[in-house]
Design a protein around this ligand. Structure first.
Ligand code: SF4
Ligand code: FES
Length: 243
């Protein structure tokens, strides 16, 4: 176990734990937006910044969702400097995604209700955290979407920026992993519609042979059957109706 302090409080944490999780385990709040335990840490939003002083006396700012606990580390999560930076980051996020309710709520929590920066149009609530693309690749193993281009043109997209990607199986993991709700998914009358910030796609849903409910995209079922080496007929019935 590693001994450290957070806001002056002595705590212990398992080696390899991030400062963020050590803080959470001890009911110490650090704001986060892009943190997602299903995928490797990425550090996109920087809202989880904290100040640290190492046992050797080195002081710096680090993202707590990436930085791991160390013996003798002293962490401060809410100094004036941190508060100032967080406010600035939230103003920048508000300018990038002025319509995002998630960002508005986070900003309001630290007293930010408007932004000094020029409000951008067309980002459709996307903060470019890549949670969706990383979940698709790291968890589902598909890599149907990715962040493309650089600088101000950077955006989440499908290959060739089309409303169709052969690789996508319609599982919707991207929608679940998006912290701002920029990806939506709707199942209606046998069709699943997934809308990404700049693309959209439809998937035919499979009907259960027993109860008649639509339960999963046909492409997803084909993918599961193929990767697990099971016959497609095993999936004629939904999980609830299967023995
Ligand atoms: S769509 Fe959502 S999860 Fe994907 S990069 Fe944008 S904000 Fe992140
Ligand atoms: S939560 Fe740590 S960088 Fe976004």
């Amino acid at each position: 176990m590693v001994k450290l302090t957070i806001n002056g409080r002595k705590i212990t944490a398992e080696e390899g734990t991030t400062i963020l999780y050590a803080a959470r385990d001890n009911n110490i709040y650090i704001p986060t937006l892009c943190e997602n335990e299903a995928v490797a840490p990425y550090g996109a939003c920087r809202l989880c910044l904290v100040e640290i002083k190492t046992a050797k006396g080195r002081e710096r700012l680090v993202t707590s969702c990436i930085y791991q606990v160390e013996e003798g580390l002293a962490v401060q999560t809410d100094t004036e400097r941190i508060q100032r930076i967080r406010k600035m980051l939230l103003e920048l996020l508000l300018a990038r995604c002025p319509e995002s309710q998630v960002i508005k709520d986070l900003a309001e929590k630290v007293g930010v209700t408007k932004t000094r920066f020029v409000k951008q149009k067309g980002n459709n609530d996307c903060i470019l955290c890549a949670n969706c693309a990383r979940t698709c690749e790291e968890v589902v193993g598909v890599a149907a979407i990715s962040l493309a281009r650089r600088g101000v043109d950077r955006e989440l997209t499908t290959p060739f920026n089309e409303d169709f990607t052969e690789a996508c199986i319609g599982c919707g993991s991207c929608a679940y992993s998006c912290p701002t709700g920029a990806i939506t998914m709707e199942d209606k009358r046998g069709t699943r519609r997934i809308k990404w910030p700049h693309n959209k796609m439809e998937f035919k849903l499979k009907k259960c042979s027993v109860c008649g409910q639509y339960w999963a995209p046909e492409k997803q079922i084909e993918y599961i059957a193929k990767t697990s080496g099971t016959p497609l007929s095993d999936y004629d019935a939904c999980p609830d109706c299967r023995e």
